[in-house]
Design a protein around this ligand. Structure first.
Ligand SMILES: Nc1nc2c(c(=O)[nH]1)N[C@H]1C(S)=C(S)[C@@H](COP(=O)(O)OP(=O)(O)OC[C@H]3O[C@@H](n4cnc5c(=O)[nH]c(N)nc54)[C@H](O)[C@@H]3O)O[C@H]1N2
Ligand SMILES: Nc1nc2c(c(=O)[nH]1)N[C@H]1C(S)=C(S)[C@@H](COP(=O)(O)OP(=O)(O)OC[C@H]3O[C@@H](n4cnc5c(=O)[nH]c(N)nc54)[C@H](O)[C@@H]3O)O[C@H]1N2
Ligand code: SF4
Ligand SMILES: [Mo]
Length: 725
């Protein structure tokens, strides 16, 4: 389909196109007016059956983003004196291709790494192209932001066992237990939760039909204010709290006895493991009223349908895998799985159909990928662990990473341990950054490649496909011509593969190398074998397909597998948290020396490190404030706008404080991925600071997936500057 096919001419200058937003993962449908090849206006789509016109403030800035003066319209090459000069994209590909060839010949394929971040994840061809590039080269060094996000979601299910038909849907849930996520701002929920598809209306309707909401969050978030029960524990104490909730459910016999009898191998072991988590102990340690814990446990377990799930908060706190495990286990022993004849909520249209029977796949080792050269870690889900990548670059020896292609990511402000990350960026023999702006990481690049932006690309909502609250499809072609000499992320990998004589293998076969394929040909190759063929997807924009929902099939009668809810290593980790007594001890530090816990959060007006360069979003604030409880501020004689220094066991950052009654005492709530590459924060009021500097890669990390402690970080503060006094 061409651009014109989807255009409705409103007058002879302006054409209106339907597409969907790709500022974040949520894929809200939008209507864009295009005049003179440029987007001039943007609106939600009221008739969309799922989103009903919803958009957020970020998405509405896309017209400005496309043409903003800071947008790179040409690629850049670093000169010997460190400044950048423009270079044509083809010359850049030639030069990078030659460098990669040299590195490949000298060190072998493992030396060539790529890292796809959030900016790349929003492009349905970027991650597949990066993956294929590594397959073609036989280089295992494929990294993405998933492994510094919520990797326990990938690994924890393997330790419990996987229910082939999945856990309950959101649409008919009677209860939702939300542990550390805030979809009203982030548009994110785990599977079975409320998604970013029109979150305010969807939540209101769910509550109207009687759904109960329990939120566990140290902050009284926009989501928590809507909760029937809000537990605001000390950050990092979710494993203890979840063990306490499980103990109430087991002691009061509120679990699904019949289901456990048939499908759970080791309920007595779980009961024994949680038996040490007395209500008084849990209440005191988490600083949550005991009655509220009991009420939450009963509200969850006595409901008929609905799930517990985690977001980034607990997934970044100490013992993240344990929290994820206990959340899955709560769902499991309460029998919150889809049964034979049930309907799956999402359509899973973009990937090959797999059987959905009401049965278990037994637990198996979660991390089976390539070996990292640090901490005895190994990759997960076909990718390696970003928490190890800085050291993979810096540590000498066989297999050392020497070249890095960053596709829509910003390591200098997002990866754990900023100082180590900067050292790694400087140490590389070749750093290529594909980004539409001069990010903190681009400053270190040998080449910055200017990419297409969303409206210039064809796409499918590849992330939301398994999260949509209905079997929904959408597709978009490019609706505006490219501005400047820019490349789609997949083209970068295709051009480089071609120069290295290396194939780009996809489910539909290798990408052609003798001619330039189109975005649509690439979509056909990448999404070949999908449950709904790509051509049919293209014909079905913004459409719900009730007739194509997946129905859960009967279990294979020969299936004898069962869930393992209390594997030995999990039981051991539960013992360990009791010995630690406080989540700070997981990092080997004395909690008394670090009286605060720094927690992560999202801000409405930015997406991680980008957005604030745009006028409307930038006007919402030029820094990432340290939000603190007013009583804590009074204790330190602080007022809004004062400057503090925040010390973790690893490093310190400066921050501008802002009072926030919604943050519990002892907590600092601060967004990540702000600031630049200076380690001394001179511009804290203008560009903020990266909390990632406070993170250690080798303390309190998860031994299975390498996840580090990026939230509930033990910190202390000093006062730097008291203004207005
Ligand atoms: N301390 C701490 N650290 C964290 C977190 C935390 O909460 N606390 N959160 C973690 C999480 S969840 C994540 S996902 C990571 C994020 O890690 P990253 O993804 O590495 O960081 P972002 O800031 O999202 O970087 C996205 C980059 O993509 C660019 N971009 C935007 N759109 C496009 C596009 O269309 N094409 C291209 N090529 N580039 C584009 C942006 O300009 C930006 O520089 O950080 C993690 N780090
Ligand atoms: N507007 C906007 N939307 C975004 C992003 C953005 O930057 N801006 N980023 C995108 C990305 S990359 C991601 S991964 C998703 C994340 O989506 P979410 O997981 O919903 O992220 P947050 O809104 O930060 O919610 C995390 C919550 O966890 C709480 N929390 C922190 N530490 C703990 C803890 O130890 N225990 C408990 N129980 N709670 C804790 C925080 O107070 C916060 O309310 O959002 C995406 N959407
Ligand atoms: S929620 Fe995400 S996809 Fe929707 S309009 Fe906002 S940024 Fe765009
Ligand atoms: Mo993320």
């Amino acid at each position: 389909m061409t651009i014109a096919d989807n255009a409705q001419s409103t007058d002879h200058d302006v054409e209106t196109h339907h597409t969907f937003c790709r500022f974040c993962h949520a894929s809200c449908p939008i209507e864009v007016d295009v005049a003179g090849g440029q987007a001039v206006a943007i609106r939600g789509v009221p008739e969309d059956p799922l989103f009903a016109g919803y958009t957020c403030i970020k998405g509405r800035q896309i017209p400005e983003q496309m043409t903003h003066p800071s947008r790179l319209r040409s690629s850049l090459r670093r000169r010997a004196d460190g400044t950048f000069e423009e270079i044509s994209s083809q010359d850049a590909m030639d030069a990078i291709g030659a460098e990669l060839k040299r590195i490949l010949d000298t060190y072998g394929p493992r030396a060539i790494a790529s890292y796809t971040g959030t900016g790349g994840y929003q492009n349905s061809l970027a991650v597949p192209a990066a993956r294929a590039f590594h397959q073609g080269l036989e280089s295992p060094s494929f990294y993405t932001s998933v492994t510094i996000d919520q990797p326990a979601k990938t690994t924890a299910p393997f330790r419990v066992g996987i229910w082939e038909a999945g856990y309950h849907n959101f649409s008919d849930a009677d209860v939702l237990l939300a542990i550390g996520y805030n979809p009203m701002v982030s548009s994110f929920s785990p599977v079975g939760g409320l998604q970013g598809t029109n979150p305010y209306v969807v939540l209101r309707d769910a509550k109207k039909r009687g759904m109960k909401l329990i939120v566990i969050d140290p902050r009284r978030t926009e989501f928590a204010t809507q909760a029937d029960i809000h537990l605001a524990p000390k950050p990092g104490e979710d494993p203890t709290l979840m063990a306490g909730i499980l103990k109430v459910v087991i002691d009061e016999g509120l679990f699904d006895h019949e289901f456990c009898e048939k499908w759970v191998a080791d309920l007595p072991q779980l009961a024994a493991a949680v038996s040490t988590f007395d209500l008084d102990y849990v209440a005191k340690r988490c600083d949550v009223p005991a009655d509220d814990i009991v009420a939450a446990a009963r509200m969850f377990a006595t409901a008929a349908k609905g799930t517990s799930g985690t977001g980034t908060g607990p997934s970044m706190a100490p013992h993240s895998s344990l929290t994820e495990h206990l959340s899955i286990v709560l769902n499991t022993i309460c029998g919150r799985v889809n049964r034979e004849g049930d309907t799956l909520e999402s359509g899973y249209f973009l990937y090959p159909e797999t059987p959905r029977r009401a049965q278990v796949h037994a637990a198996r080792p979660p991390a089976t990928g390539a070996n990292q050269r640090v901490r005895n870690l190994r990759g997960i889900r076909g990718e390696m662990l970003t928490t190890a990548l800085a050291e993979e670059i810096l540590n000498e020896g066989e297999g050392r990473v020497r070249a890095l292609i960053v596709s829509g990511g910003n390591p200098v402000v997002a990866w754990p341990d900023q100082e180590l990350t900067i050292k790694a960026m400087e140490d590389l023999e070749l750093l290529v950054v594909v980004d539409h702006r001069m990010s903190a990481t681009a400053e270190f690049a040998d080449y910055v490649i200017a990419p297409t932006l969303s409206l210039e690309r064809a796409d499918v909502p590849h992330l939301m496909d398994r999260w949509f609250r209905a079997p929904y499809t959408n597709y978009t072609e490019a609706i505006t011509p490219r501005i400047g000499d820019v490349m789609n992320e997949w083209e970068v990998f295709w051009e480089l593969a071609r120069r290295l004589n290396s194939p780009l293998p996809f489910p539909g076969g290798n990408a052609p190398m003798d001619r330039h394929p189109s975005d649509d040909e690439m979509l056909d190759l990448v999404y070949a074998g999908s449950r709904m063929p790509m051509d049919e997807v293209r014909r079905n924009r913004m459409k719900v397909h009730p007739d194509k929902a997946m129905i859960v099939q009967a279990a294979d009668p020969a299936c004898t597998a069962k869930f393992t809810v209390a594997p030995d290593d999990i039981v051991e980790e539960m013992r360990q948290i009791v010995v630690e007594g406080d989540s700070a001890a997981a990092l080997g530090v004395d909690p008394a020396k670090y009286p605060f816990r720094l927690v992560s959060r999202r801000l409405k007006h930015v997406l991680n490190s980008f957005g604030s360069e745009l006028s409307v979003l930038g006007s919402k604030g030029s820094t990432n404030p340290a939000y603190m409880n007013p009583d804590d501020m009074e204790h330190y004689d602080l007022a809004d706008g004062d400057l503090i220094e925040i010390f973790s066991p690893r490093a310190s950052v400066q921050a501008v404080v802002e009072s926030a009654p919604d943050v519990r005492r002892g907590v600092i709530s601060m967004a990540h991925s702000w600031g630049g590459s200076s380690l001394t924060d001179e511009k804290v009021r203008d560009i903020g600071t990266p909390t990632s500097r406070l993170v250690s890669v080798d303390k309190g990390y998860d031994t299975v997936n390498g996840m580090v402690v990026q939230s509930a970080i033990p910190v202390r503060i000093t006062v730097l500057e008291q203004i207005n006094r």
